[in-house]
Ligand binder design. Structure first.
Ligand SMILES: Cc1cc2nc3c(=O)[nH]c(=O)nc-3n(C[C@H](O)[C@H](O)[C@H](O)COP(=O)(O)OP(=O)(O)OC[C@H]3O[C@@H](n4cnc5c(N)ncnc54)[C@H](O)[C@@H]3O)c2cc1C
Ligand code: FES
Length: 261
């Protein structure tokens, strides 16, 4: 079930974020993810951030699995299964791409395919911005502390841009509170939206139920969802499942919730 791939290049992207390039015969769509297994350490889900002959995962160092991954170098191996899940669907008309933190890793291959688009790349501060030079045109930066580009949340900048342009579709990924806000904006303004969601995943293939949100399994029904589901997803930004599977609220969520502010 697993394929073994060799890391061909490791690139520093931002503080605690690296991209690992490898060759693989699979043919992923933007928004799909793989399960990466590092033997004797952990297995975890990761979006594809570069599509082509040389593929990539752009990984933020968070816990034990991703910390181990950050210690790997050219020539080291990864065990993969996937690609899994439903990716982004390209819609007609001008697109607004809104990526927060490593959420931009999920969106980047899609953004490269889109014709008419504006891209917002956001992070807490400049040193956490990824892919600063990946896109040559129509890129806008937002940082919470104002160290690069617009000072403030990506959602504030997005609202301003939406007021001035006729976007037909929003694509977003990032901290869950950012996604929640983008979904609310899209609903209010009657704009289509697709968002890639993150939930704690164990099997990645629809068996264990650890990744459910409002009855949808993020690993097989998503991770990318469209407005017809997102607009009625009450738990988005409000409830998660802990590693144990227990449903927890934002207030109780000291784990995924912390990443989601
Ligand atoms: C579909 C999908 C795509 C993702 N794409 C990316 C990406 O492109 N780049 C990136 O840096 N991160 C991505 N992530 C998040 C990444 O999976 C977690 O950061 C990683 O699993 C943490 O593993 P760890 O062993 O280092 O952390 P742990 O020591 O296991 O835990 C540290 C933190 O990570 C969270 N976490 C742990 N395991 C998972 C899991 N299986 N699913 C979700 N959250 C988890 C925990 O709740 C905790 O907050 C994605 C997650 C999903 C679900
Ligand atoms: S991760 Fe097991 S059902 Fe989604």
């Amino acid at each position: 079930m697993y394929r073994v791939v060799e890391i061909e290049e490791v690139r520093d992207e931002a503080k605690d974020v690296k991209t690992f390039f490898f060759r693989d015969t699979s043919n992923p769509q933007p928004g799909q993810f793989y399960m990466i297994w590092i033997p004797q350490v952990d297995e975890f889900p990761m979006s594809i951030s570069y599509i082509g002959e040389l593929k990539g995962f752009t990984v933020k160092k968070i816990g034990k699995g991703t910390t181990k991954m950050h210690s790997l170098q050219k020539g080291d191996k990864l065990w993969l299964r996937g690609p899994y899940g439903k990716g982004f669907k390209i819609e007609e008309g001008k697109a607004l791409v809104v990526g927060g933190g490593t959420g931009m890793a999920t969106l980047a291959p899609l953004a490269e395919m889109l014709g008419n688009k504006d891209i917002i790349i956001a992070a807490k501060s400049e040193d956490e911005i990824i892919f600063r030079n990946r896109f040559k045109e129509n890129v806008f930066f937002a940082t919470d502390d104002g160290s690069l580009g617009f000072k403030g949340f990506a959602t504030k900048l997005a609202e301003r841009m939406i007021e001035e342009d006729d976007y037909k579709i929003i694509y977003t990924c990032g901290p869950e509170m950012m996604i929640r806000k983008m979904v609310d904006i899209a609903k209010e303004r009657k704009i289509k939206i697709q968002a890639s969601l993150e939930r704690y995943m164990k099997c990645g293939i629809g068996i264990c139920d650890s990744c459910t949100i409002n009855g949808y399994r993020v690993c097989v029904d998503g991770p990318v969802f469209s407005e017809e589901i997102l607009f009625s997803m009450d738990d988005l930004g409000r409830r998660w499942r802990a590693k144990s599977g227990k449903s927890i609220s934002k207030e109780e969520n000291h784990d995924i919730g912390e990443k989601s502010q």
